[in-house]
Design a protein around this ligand. Structure first.
Ligand code: IVH
Length: 538
């Protein structure tokens, strides 16, 4: 008779095989009913014999409610980023330079540059032991428990030596659209931001609810099993890692053995790169995931070693990006804003620059993650675009003219000094008495899209707050504005206008008042549902 131990092992293997077939190879090998039967049996056994339950069991993919503060850990491989170019001629120039140096080393592998959240997976003795974010390339955050919930991540592999793989966690476009439809009140900016935030949730049970996927693109073996990148990719695929289907092989030799693994093999190809770039450019919008360019890598790993690295990137690979930068400027400073909900937002103060007709002098940097991904610091020369033609965004560091390393957010609130707490990708000040939070809440209340008290602009409210006249929302309606007489900039006429606009605001509909209060989770939509049902604030 089979021991419980063996049965657990058997069930785990079968479920892993089914997950891989479904999530990696898109070729299901069993029905849902069969799958559920195995899964439930495994759950029963693991409950009955907790000592025999494996921490890498597929049942662990549902995650847990334990709060995990994602501690920093060192990478055991250097996690470098790539040099970039924006022009096919730059790209062919780069390839030609390598051809000239190594006439025999003229094979390249071209991979889509997946626009997701970078991750490094570490395996030992065939098991996933840890998963780290890229971080600054030397240390990342430990997101192991979160990554284990992603079904296309192999928890066990048939390779016993130490192995690290780099890949990108992403959310398919259609899943992203479906999520945004469900959360009309809370649209996510793009699949990448959502994926980056999701892998950093503090509870892995929450991560399990996001449609996260993985593509891998580089393997780091203790002892090289092959001396060609393409063979390593093939091996990784055979081990059960999800490999992108659009990976192309540019070679001047005949290779028949790769045609099963790689759809696109181009023979004799220094010049074929433009063809491939154009092809992927055309296919881009119909791909199921976002890509922001291509990565061109030298295939020969011995030549890679000879070429080596600069401070920041390998010399044997380059990223070709689809979107050219719009304007170049310098980050003169990074300031920290505290939102009304306590969210900390770093903002780049830019040397003013013209982009598409208007002058831009600030751009949000969102969070530490965004800064780390850019590898940005004060003093750096950057390219700035206007996303959707409105919102300025720092796209790239063009040259690291500033301090070394990426800028680090403070650990304490710049306004009240309270220690900041992480939630997802963001830091928060949780002090309800934080002056900056209170001020932001007052400004929000009076702003045009809320109560629309035109005479109380951000500057005026800041003055009233600093003088101690208005500390909370109700003070707007109890303060005697005549006391402003004599303060600079407050003539009779201005004071009268304020009093009138306060009076006018009293006739705003209840719904607007309700969401102007800025209560957590009560946006326009919820406020509307509530005020349809309830007549007053009681
Ligand atoms: S190779 C040394 N390949 O783009 C190897 N990166 O700046 C360097 N990325 O941080 C990375 N798809 O997160 C590589 N097929 C691909 C990629 C890729 C996306 C991301 C990755 C990296 C950034 C490069």
């Amino acid at each position: 008779m089979r021991s419980v131990h063996d049965e657990i092992k058997y069930l785990m293997d079968e479920i892993n095989r089914a997950d891989r077939a479904y999530y990696v190879d898109s070729k299901p090998v069993m029905s849902n009913a069969e799958y559920d039967k195995l899964y439930n049996r495994l759950l029963v056994l693991e409950n009955e014999y907790p000592l025999l339950a494996d921490s890498n069991s597929p049942t662990k993919r549902i995650g847990s409610d334990i709060t995990n503060d994602l501690p920093e850990k060192s990478h055991t491989i250097p996690v470098l980023s790539l040099d970039k170019c924006y022009d096919v001629s730059e790209l062919t120039g780069w390839m030609r330079k390598i051809y000239l140096k190594y006439p025999e080393g003229n094979d390249f592998v071209v991979e889509p540059k997946i626009d997701g959240a970078g991750v490094v997976l570490y395996y030992n003795e065939g098991k996933l032991v840890s998963a780290l974010t890229r971080g600054d390339g030397y240390t990342g955050n430990d997101i192991t428990a979160n990554i284990k919930t992603i079904k296309s991540v192999p928890l066990e592999i048939d390779y016993k030596e130490e192995l690290a793989v780099r890949g990108e966690i992403y959310i398919p476009k259609d899943e992203f659209d479906a999520l945004n439809k469900k959360n009309a009140d809370n649209n996510y900016a793009n699949p990448r931001n959502l994926a980056s935030g999701a892998v950093r949730r503090q509870k892995s049970s929450e991560v399990a609810g996001y449609p996260l996927r993985l593509f891998i693109y580089e393997g780091f073996f203790k002892e090289l099993p092959h001396d060609k990148h393409i063979d390593n990719l093939k091996l990784l695929k055979e081990l059960g890692f999800p490999l992108n289907e659009e990976v192309a092989f540019l070679t001047n030799k005949q290779h028949f053995d790769y045609s099963k693994t790689f759809k696109k093999i181009f023979i004799n190809t220094a010049d074929k790169i433009d063809e491939y770039v154009a092809m992927i450019g055309n296919a881009r919008s119909s791909l199921q995931y976002e890509i922001d360019g291509l990565v061109i890598k030298l295939n020969d790993l011995n030549l890679r070693e000879e070429l080596g690295f600069t401070q920041h990137h390998p010399r044997w690979a380059i990223a070709y990006k689809f979107e050219a930068p719009n304007s170049i400027t310098v980050v003169e400073d990074i300031i920290i804003q505290v939102g009304r909900g306590g969210r900390i937002t770093p903002v780049a103060v830019l040397k003013p620059v013209k982009i598409a007709g208007s002058t831009v002098s600030r751009a949000t940097l969102h969070n530490q993650l965004y800064i780390d991904e850019l590898e940005l610091n004060i003093g750096d020369t950057v390219s700035v675009s206007k996303r959707g033609d409105v919102i300025p965004a720092v796209e790239e560091v063009i040259s690291h003219t500033g301090a070394t390393g990426s800028y680090k957010l403070p650990q304490n609130c710049p306004s009240c000094g309270t220690a900041l707490l992480a939630d997802g990708a963001h830091l928060f000040c949780r002090n309800d008495n934080c002056p900056q939070k209170q001020l932001a809440g007052l400004q929000y209340f009076a702003a045009r899209t809320q109560m629309d008290i035109e005479t109380l602009g951000d500057k005026t409210i800041e003055f009233l707050y600093e003088k101690g006249f208005i500390k909370k929302i109700s003070d707007f309606y109890t303060f005697d504005y005549n006391k402003l007489e004599g303060f600079e900039g407050f003539k009779d006429k201005k004071i009268n206008n304020i009093i009138q606009s306060i009076e006018r605001s009293k006739s705003k509909p209840f719904k607007i008042l309700l969401y102007s209060l800025g209560l957590k989770d009560i946006g326009e939509k919820v406020a509307s549902l509530l005020t349809d049902k309830f007549r007053n604030i009681d």
